[in-house]
Structures are given as structure tokens and as C-alpha cells.
Design a protein around this ligand. Structure first.
Ligand SMILES: Nc1ncnc2c1ncn2[C@@H]1O[C@H](COP(=O)(O)OP(=O)(O)OP(=O)(O)O)[C@@H](O)[C@H]1O
Length: 471
């Protein structure tokens, strides 16, 4: 027996529809509107009389009611943008006596204040979600491949070929070279060319983690491991990187106490979070990098020999930029492309004289220094051609500096030709500038190490670099 709503007038049905929070539209088998409630009409800026009898897609933005009325397939919780708001739509086919006769659709249509509030909340959450999504992707994946490593000099080609050759195996790699030569770039490319490329790549700068935090950062900690520890504990970076690659940058700065713990973790292939009893198995490939002389550190007893051997299975030595001047033009071109994207420019080129000057510089800070020089140039540039005047003084003045160096060499070897007396301030400033440049060269561009060599503090060192335009 068919169920009927005996005695229920159409007014009752319409009132019931009005009481529902959802707004309703009904179409026939051809997608022609046969009913739409008043609040829905108000929201889309139409009237009942205008809407009824017309194809639904002409009246309601992004409607799919005409499709459901034809396919008989229901669509649940679809997001439907209407009037700049995203509505949640449900669409059901209507079957009478087994025959598809049309469809009924509902959209959730809270009052405008609620809607606005809901929309703001959603967009804030979406923004936050995207931010963390991007951050996680950026932090956990390698960003560069071997194609991003520019250089045609023989020494660079050899380093790159070795990197490509060993990328596919599981051995540890030690990348050595002065600061700014591209060690991290190599580590990214090796990971990207390896079987582990679908797993995380985690870069850890050993120089920037305070000694007391090393173990908890790398291995994690259990709930209540120490005062101030996060409730519920924290996963260490080694666990996060599981099955992937860990890049230990500035490994020469890892404290001795931590070196033993690292060695144990690598040998046993497991870690023990701080304050925990159980061990966690880990499967990692280690790529380490340093600008320090690890063999000397081993001799001095500041770096563990056994750890050195474990890390230095394959050594890739990246030559300093001054030893591969033929790479400067090509690297500059690549860096300019990167900078053009950052500064919304196009077609920037170097004048031939600038190329000559860049090739004549010693680059104590290597490619990073070159990048800074080009960024400065692009910032002060009006047209598209980078000329000498766009270079920092210390590069422009290299000929003067060279002459000065020759002069002071002559000064120290000849006692006969006495140099002209200059104001003491000028002489002291020149000597200071020369001492800083020299220290930077000795320290391979590492400013902290250079400051240490000179016996001055970091801040004072940076101040002086600014004064003398040393990058
Ligand atoms: N061969 C290259 N081609 C293109 N860009 C390069 C090249 N080498 C280095 N760079 C760029 O120079 C900058 C410094 O590189 P990177 O950080 O890899 O050097 P690093 O040797 O790891 O430095 P540090 O020892 O100070 O950590 C980066 O912006 C990198 O993209």
C-alpha cells in the first residue's frame, strides 16, 4: 500500500520547506525548475515567478541539477560556488514508480552573518593549512637536481660526475669545499637522483643547534623527558627523515659528545629518544658537509676518527670559485634568472667589462658572494645591462687594491724608497680592511671563523665588513 500524507495541504508542505535550514530547488527530468523556495530566490536575486519554468543552469550558478535529473546519480556534499560564497549542495534524483522524473537539490544557506563568519573562518584555516603544507613540502623535499648545478670547468664537471655516479648507491657522502661553493646544492641533487627521492630530505645545520639541544633535536624526546619539554614528547629529525636522507651541514661544528652519539646511531641503525627506554630503528642515508679540514681536526682530537671514516666513504671536493673562473659567466647567468624572478625583471645581462671584473675577483665567499653581488647590482639597476658602476666598491676597486698590495709588498721588501706619509686614520683603515679580507680568505669566507682569527666579536666583525663594503 502506498503511503499518503492524507489531508496535508500544499501550504503545509511549503511551510515545512521554509522551516528547513537548507534551501530547496526541484527540477523536472529536463532540468526545468518546478519549485524553488523564497529564501533561495532572495539569495540568488530572483523571484519564484521568474525562476519557475526556466532551465536551472540559467538561474543557479554552477548548478548540476539538470545532470542529476538525467543520470539518476545522487551527488552529496558537493561544494558549489554561488554569488562568491561556497555552498554545500546535495542533489537527489526523484524516482516515481521506478521512473526518473526529476531531481531535488538542497544547499546549506545559513544567514548572511553566519555565512560570512563561516567563510572567514574557512579561508583563514585554508590559508594556514596551505602555509604548513608548503612549509612541510619545502622542508622535507630536496629542491635541486644536478641540472641546477652550473659549471663547465673540468674540476666542477668531475665533482658533478662523481655526485651523479654515487647518487644511486647507499654510501655516506662527505662534501667538502669552502663556504658558499654549493655543498648543500650537491646534497640536494644526490638525494633527488637516489632511490630515496620519494622520502624526506632533511637538512640539519650542526653549527646552529645549541649543544644541549642536539640529542633531543636529532633523536627526539619522550613525554616529561625534561623541564619545558613539550607534552606528549617530540619526534626527532632522524625519525622524521626515516627512509630518506639526512644532510648534516657543518659537521665539523658538531660537539664531540654528540659525535659519539651520532656514530652509535649510524652503526646500530637505531635511535633512543631522550628520556625513553625503547629504541627506534632508522633507515637513513647520511650526506655530510664541511668547510673545515676534518683530517686536521682528527689529528687535533676535535673530530672522532671512527666517525670521520664512516662519513667519508665518498668524498666530493668542490673547488673554490677562484679556481674555476670559467664558470663565473654561466653561474651568473643562472643566478640572474633566479634574481629576475624575485625582482620581477627580464632580460638582465652583464656587460663584458663586468664579466672581466667578476673573473678577476678572488671570491672568498664563492658562489654565495657572487649571488649577493648580483642581487645588489639588480637592485640599483635602471636598464637591463649590469655595468661596473653597479658593482660594489670592493670589486670595482680591485685594480686599486691590487696596486696597493703591490705597493705594500714593495714596502716590505725595500727600505730604500720610503712611502709617502698618509693620515694615520687612512693607513689604519686600509690595514684593517686588508686584515679582514685576509682573514676571510684564510677562513674560506666563513665570517665567524674569520672573526675568531682576528680575535674580535661577531658584531664588531659584521660592522667593519659593512664599513669596508666587504661581503
Ligand atoms: N654551481 C652552482 N650553480 C648555481 N648556483 C650555485 C652553484 N653553487 C652554488 N650555488 C648557489 O650559491 C649559494 C650557496 O650554495 P650552498 O648553500 O649550497 O653552499 P655551501 O657550500 O653549502 O655553503 P655553506 O658552507 O656556507 O653552508 C646557493 O644560493 C646556491 O644556489
Amino acid at each position: 500500500m502506498k503511503l499518503e500524507m492524507r489531508g496535508l495541504s500544499i501550504d503545509w508542505l511549503i511551510e515545512i520547506i521554509h522551516l528547513c535550514i537548507e534551501r530547496i530547488v526541484i527540477v523536472d527530468h529536463n532540468g526545468i525548475i518546478v519549485y524553488i523556495d523564497e529564501a533561495y530566490c532572495e539569495f540568488i536575486g530572483t523571484t519564484f515567478d521568474d525562476a519557475v519554468g526556466r532551465p536551472v543552469q540559467e538561474i543557479i550558478e554552477n548548478s548540476r541539477m539538470q545532470i542529476v535529473a538525467k543520470t539518476g546519480e545522487k551527488e552529496i556534499e558537493h561544494l558549489q560556488p554561488i554569488n562568491g560564497s561556497v555552498m554545500i549542495a546535495n542533489r537527489y534524483p526523484i524516482f516515481i514508480d521506478g521512473k526518473l522524473v526529476g531531481a531535488v537539490g538542497t544547499v546549506i544557506f545559513p544567514d548572511p552573518d553566519n555565512l560570512r563568519h563561516f567563510k572567514n573562518k574557512m579561508s583563514n584555516l585554508l590559508e594556514e593549512l596551505n602555509f604548513y603544507k608548503n612549509k612541510a613540502v619545502n622542508e622535507l623535499t630536496s629542491k635541486y637536481s644536478f641540472d641546477d648545478l652550473i659549471g663547465n670547468s673540468q674540476a666542477f664537471i668531475e665533482a658533478k660526475a662523481l655526485g651523479e655516479k654515487v647518487a644511486g648507491n647507499e654510501s655516506s657522502v662527505l662534501v667538502t669545499g669552502e663556504s658558499g661553493t654549493g655543498k648543500e646544492l650537491f646534497a640536494h641533487a644526490i638525494h633527488q637522483n637516489s632511490m630515496r627521492s620519494h622520502f624526506p630530505f632533511i637538512a640539519i645545520n650542526c653549527a646552529s643547534i645549541p649543544e644541549v639541544l642536539f640529542e633531543s633535536e636529532l633523536f627526539g624526546y619522550e613525554d616529561g623527558a625534561f623541564t619545558g619539554a613539550k607534552k606528549g614528547g617530540k619526534e626527532g629529525l632522524f625519525k622524521v627523515a626515516n627512509k630518506g636522507t639526512v644532510f648534516l651541514d657543518e659537521i665539523g661544528d658538531m660537539p664531540l659528545s654528540m659525535q659519539s652519539k651520532l656514530l652509535r646511531a649510524l652503526q646500530e641503525k637505531e635511535i633512543q629518544p631522550v628520556g625513553g627506554q625503547k629504541t627506534i630503528p632508522i633507515d637513513l642515508r647520511i650526506i655530510a658537509a664541511t668547510n673545515r679540514d676534518l683530517t686536521k681536526m682528527v689529528e687535533d682530537g676535535t673530530f672522532r676518527q671512527d666517525l670521520y671514516y664512516r662519513l667519508n666513504v665518498i668524498n666530493i671536493e668542490i673547488p673554490p670559485l677562484r679556481d674555476r673562473k670559467e664558470d663565473i659567466a654561466a653561474i651568473s647567468k643562472k643566478l640572474l634568472q633566479k634574481l629576475e624572478r624575485k625582482f620581477y625583471r627580464k632580460g638582465t645581462v652583464l656587460s663584458p667589462k663586468v664579466v672581466m671584473r667578476l673573473e678577476g675577483h678572488k671570491w672568498p665567499g664563492n658562489v654565495r658572494e657572487l649571488e649577493n653581488v648580483l642581487e645588489r647590482a639588480i637592485n640599483v639597476l635602471d636598464g637591463t645591462v649590469i655595468k661596473s658602476e653597479h658593482l660594489p666598491l670592493y670589486i670595482r676597486d680591485q685594480e686599486i687594491n691590487q696596486r696597493e698590495e703591490e705597493f705594500s709588498m714593495a714596502e716590505s721588501t725595500s727600505t730604500l724608497d720610503l712611502p709617502a706619509v698618509k693620515p694615520l686614520k687612512v693607513t689604519i683603515a686600509r690595514a684593517e680592511k686588508r686584515a679582514i679580507t685576509h682573514a676571510l680568505e684564510i677562513a674560506g669566507g666563513d665570517k665567524l671563523a674569520a672573526a675568531k682569527l682576528l680575535g674580535i666579536g661577531k658584531t664588531s666583525f659584521y660592522d667593519k665588513c659593512k664599513i669596508y663594503e666587504i661581503r
